[in-house]
Design a protein around this ligand. Structure first.
Ligand code: AMP
Ligand code: MG
Length: 453
């Protein structure tokens, strides 16, 4: 274990045992304060905006529907003509035209007449209701009661229909010019459909953050590389890049660097002018091989932060300036893989959200009950990897007060990837506790990257 002997930094919390640890909130606030704000906006085709944040309100370009249209296959007619229609006493109308989808009706509807109409076709002038084809009977011998096929000469209407029946009025969904999506929202599949359906072909959205990811460590091997007597496969590079991608940002893969100052400076320096943030894993303590802090110091400014979290202490954070003047955020995350995930979630993810134009936190905490006890480090906030108990149908189980029931996902060491991968959520245990008994009520944060079904 490494001992950190540096003086307490400004902003560090004396209250946490006087050990110079920053609280999670202080550390996050300092990271967010260094984020230069949302990235500039760009116009992209509506479909390409999926998952990105709107930089301005979106207004409908057309009425939706653009005209009164039919909700059914049937006959467009005048409601007054069929007011008394029943199966026993149908009203017979002359069929004067056809209105297939995508073409205007071939005739208007006058008294005693009807136009055959398809779902989605414009309602012909003169008609004020549509009777579904199932409630009609064609009169010409060869014609079948179907929306296609020969047009019958006449049609028997078997039911009455109120004015407006089976008609979707123009602009009943949205009107041209109306704001249909607010600035600041994430473009969902439904938002893509709404904007496209309202005739909006492109959207102004914030640029996605671009994030360089580098794993460091003399022992860290690339995929497929022989491990030799003291090597380990790289878990953090692939894991952190996956976190970056699922957070909606773009990745620049910087591979693996040895524990050498020049190598880390070269790898990060090579991409500094085309990224918004860099994440380096490993080498952030103050051991003789921990060069990341010095590397960040060469590229910009940096501090080593000891944050009151378990796992995850310590991590390095700094900033550098790009050639174009923009700020690059520099994150040095602990090498233990679970620590790198937890510090990503607590500090990197909020910063990426702000860069993307979102608020820093998703803010979805639930109450949960730990069904088994465990120990933790006094003075640090623990983010236990837990599994939510489920009934036979897969529904989360809750106690009588509605709190979720959770168990540990496995061993809680900061190297235990199997428990991280099994986990549904973090159970958050406050700093002042050294252990938690079974039955303790905790806050639960669902893993944003943990959804497995
Ligand atoms: P460090 O933060 O460099 O002191 O590393 C802490 C622990 O994490 C050590 O056991 C490292 O071998 C391990 N570690 C560092 N980087 C990685 C990585 N990219 N993948 C898997 N384990 C790592
Ligand atoms: Mg190391």
């Amino acid at each position: 274990m490494t001992t950190v002997s540096e003086p307490v930094e400004p902003g560090a919390t004396a209250s946490l045992g006087g050990r110079g640890l920053r609280s999670v909130e202080e550390a996050r606030a300092a990271v967010i304060a260094a984020v230069p704000g949302a990235l500039p906006a760009e116009t992209v085709p509506t479909e390409a905006a999926l998952g990105r944040v709107l930089a301005e309100p979106v207004r409908a370009a057309v009425d939706l529907p653009p005209w009164d249209n039919s909700a059914m296959d049937g006959y467009a007619l005048r409601a007054a003509d069929v007011a008394g229609a029943t199966p026993e006493r149908p009203v017979v109308l002359e069929v004067v035209g056809d209105a297939p989808a995508g073409r205007p009706a071939t005739a208007a509807v006058g008294p005693g007449t009807a136009v055959r109409i398809a779902t989605g076709a414009p309602v012909p002038p003169g008609a004020d209701a549509v009777v579904p084809v199932e409630e009609t009977r064609p009169i010409a011998a060869e014609a079948a009661p179907a929306p296609e096929g020969p047009l019958p000469a006449r049609v028997a209407i078997l039911v009455a229909a109120p004015v407006g029946y089976s008609i979707r009025p123009r602009a009943s969904d949205v009107a041209a010019g109306q704001v249909i999506l607010a600035a600041g929202i994430v473009v969902t599949p439904a938002a893509v459909a709404l904007a496209a359906g309202a005739g909006v072909a492109s959207l102004l959205v914030h640029r996605r953050p671009v994030v360089g990811v580098l794993a460091t460590g003399d022992e860290v091997r690339r995929p497929g590389e022989a491990l030799g007597p003291a090597g380990i496969p790289d878990a953090n590079g692939p894991g952190l890049r996956s976190l970056v991608r699922t957070a909606g940002a773009e990745v620049v893969d910087l591979g693996v660097a040895p524990d050498e100052l020049e190598a880390v400076v070269a790898a990060v320096g090579a991409v500094l002018d085309r990224v918004d943030a860099v994440i380096v894993s490993g080498g952030v303590s103050v051991g003789p091989y921990d060069v990341v802090r010095s590397a960040f110091g060469r590229l910009g400014s940096v501090g080593l932060w000891r944050v009151a979290i378990q796992p995850g202490k310590p991590f390095a954070f700094g900033t550098a300036a790009r050639a174009d003047g923009r700020t690059v955020l520099l994150f040095g995350l602990p090498g233990n893989p679970v620590s790198s995930f937890v510090t990503f979630d607590l500090f990197v993810r909020p910063a990426l959200r702000v860069l993307a134009g979102r608020p820093p936190m998703a803010g979805r905490l639930e109450a949960a009950v730990l069904t088994e006890g465990t120990k933790k480090s006094l003075g640090r906030r623990a983010y236990l990897r837990v599994v939510v108990l489920r009934d036979a149908d897969g529904r989360p189980r809750r106690d009588e007060a509605g709190r979720l029931l959770v168990r540990l996902a496995g061993a809680q060491g900061s190297h235990v990837l199997s428990a991280l991968a099994a986990a549904d959520a973090y159970a958050i245990v406050p700093e002042p506790l050294a252990e938690v008994a079974a039955g303790t009520v905790v806050d639960l944060a669902w893993l944003e990257h943990g959804e497995r079904t």
